[in-house]
Design a protein around this ligand. Structure first.
Ligand code: AMP
Length: 541
């Protein structure tokens, strides 16, 4: 006969995280740069009390469990209160990326059927443009106090601080099934309409536990953590949950993400740990290097969202900042792998260690992965064979929100990434499957080409895309933004590839541009670049 364990049954709820932070790290600070222009400070104890008031206020507005509540907001304490207030009361916190086109935002708000939308003042013009197309939204809440409320607005607004102040905080976080929906993020979807990933309390809490582990993000109560990655991009990679879970001090940069503003905040608040996409680190590195600065406390950062160029990993290392290269996606909450070395790597030379750090790393417990060929047959883990990367686990989607098609293949989620896995389980992304360059039937990794180009001293940003070739079908074209004041010719750049990649991988041409378009999440927008260069004639073609 089966024998059941005899342990307490406590549902894994998001509210338990902020309750824990308030009780055990009550005086630990949360510091935020506000859209009002000043720096705001309070503690986890204050945050939890105000999150309870947000939950009460939502109840007073008639928000029901399961109802979606949207946010259009930067990283800040009020956004954190909304995260916990909304999910904690059993509604669904739907973070919306304000960098999307207004039509996409309206589509997402309507598809999610958001009942209310909370927004930072910066986004008032966006709200005014979108609101007429979102007839089902019952209220737009400006996240500020009465004194800062806009004098006039084309949309009737509610005032966040008034809603909060009207409540007494006398509220018990409700207990419910841990499998209920907690939050919702839409993929930035380069083709077709964005699709929603609907997380549960259980998936979020498990992801928070696992992502805080030493070989994942390695967060601790010792740290001061500044998430640069926005709370509107896959829940800032889970940091709004994992940081309170470990009791670290939190620092929120608000809308100011330029190098100078970030550096000032890093130094002033003694930040030890951060996380963001490569384009953010480009800006910060450029500022620090051109002003001959150093970081006095900043020692570790996670880079993900797109491949961290080796030159960036080394530049940060020279500033005493360890880079943890990580990979994941919206559909994975998002963390899948992180690149922490093994004990056996301790004796490696710097060059050999760098080779491993360029990989996206090992899975964290909870995620299972494999690579398969075109027929779905699993490929060997030899670091050479590359195939479609498939994943499964308790914080990976089973299906998309309000979408009938089944995205899974034999119970695995196809990531759309092409990767290798080595003998030690270190995974390396070769490419997004639609970005791979197929030259004469052989594959060229656009990421590898970009990584080489990014190491050239005159290159600020480089994207490699395919251009039409009559004989090879596709050949690599390198699109480059030069550093301010730097000079380099096409020939010099192509020369730079000699000996660094196979000869036939060397791009056929270089196009210099003043800007590479970025997606709403700060990734190079290759689809747009490919459109821009669709009639490009390669010199040899
Ligand atoms: P998103 O859902 O917007 O976070 O995008 C997920 C996709 O970003 C993944 O499927 C990868 O193609 C890409 N990505 C994320 N992290 C990395 C990384 N470290 N290196 C290369 N690509 C990455």
């Amino acid at each position: 006969m089966a024998l059941m364990g005899q342990m307490m049954s406590a549902p894994l709820l998001i509210s338990s995280i902020i309750k824990h932070a308030a009780r055990y790290y009550g005086s630990t600070e949360i510091v935020s740069r506000r859209t009002e222009g000043d720096l705001h400070r309070y503690t986890y104890r204050d945050c939890e009390l105000r999150a309870r008031k947000v939950a009460q206020a939502l109840g007073a507005l008639g928000v029901q469990q399961g109802e979606r509540v949207g946010t259009l907001a930067w990283n800040g304490y009020r956004h954190l209160e909304v995260y916990y207030g909304v999910s904690g009361m059993g509604a669904v916190c739907h973070t919306i990326n304000p960098r999307l086109f207004p039509e996409q935002i309206a589509y997402i708000v309507n598809h999610a059927e958001d009942g209310y939308v909370f927004f930072d003042l910066t986004f008032l013009p966006l709200v005014e443009g979108v609101a007429p197309h979102c007839p089902n939204v019952k209220g737009w809440v400006a996240m500020t106090d009465r004194a800062h409320m806009p004098a006039e607005s084309k949309v009737p607004l509610l005032c966040y601080e008034e809603l909060v102040d009207a409540q007494d905080g006398n509220y018990e976080w409700p207990l419910f099934d841990e499998n209920l929906a907690s939050s919702l993020c839409y993929t930035s979807g380069t083709t077709g309409n964005p699709k929603g990933a609907l997380y549960s309390h259980r998936s979020t809490v498990l992801h928070s536990y696992a992502s805080a582990l030493p070989d994942a993000l390695g967060c601790s109560a010792h740290d001061v953590i500044l998430p640069v990655v926005p709370m509107f991009h896959v829940n800032a990679w889970g940091l709004p949950y994992s940081v309170p879970l470990v009791g670290a001090k939190l620092v929120f940069p608000g809308a100011k993400l330029d190098g100078a503003s970030l550096y000032e905040l890093f130094e002033q608040e003694k930040v030890t740990f951060s996380a963001g996409v490569p384009t953010v680190w480009l800006g910060l590195l450029q500022y620090v290097q051109s002003n001959n600065l150093e970081f006095s406390t900043f020692r570790r950062t996670v880079i993900g969202g797109s491949a961290a160029p080796p030159a960036m990993i080394r530049a940060l290392e020279a500033l005493d900042v360890e880079v943890i290269h990580a990979w994941g996606m919206t559909e994975m909450s998002p963390l899948g792998t992180s690149c922490k070395l093994l004990a056996k790597h301790d004796a490696l030379s710097d060059a050999d260690r760098h080779k491993i750090q360029e990989k996206q790393g090992r899975v964290i417990y909870g995620v299972d992965m494999k690579i398969v060929d075109g027929e779905g047959k699993e490929l060997p883990w030899d670091g050479k064979a590359f195939g479609d990367l498939m994943v499964r686990g308790p914080w990976i989607i089973d299906r998309y929100y309000r979408n009938d098609s089944n995205p899974l293949v034999d119970g695995w989620f196809p990531t759309g990434d092409v990767a290798t896995i080595d003998e030690d389980g270190f995974m390396q992304i070769t490419d997004r499957s639609k970005d791979v360059i197929k030259s004469g039937g052989e594959w060229i990794s656009s990421i590898d080409i970009e990584n080489v180009a990014a190491a050239h001293p005159a290159v600020h940003m480089a994207a490699c895309i395919s251009a039409y070739h009559p004989k090879w079908d596709e050949r690599p074209l390198l699109v480059v933004v030069k550093k301010p004041g730097a000079e380099v010719t096409r020939e010099e750049l192509l020369q730079f590839f000699e000996g660094k990649v196979a000869k036939w991988w060397i791009p056929d041409d270089v196009a210099f541009v003043t800007e590479i378009p970025l997606t709403a999440t700060g990734k190079m927008q290759k689809l747009k670049l490919r459109e821009q260069f669709k009639d490009y004639k390669l010199p040899a073609a």
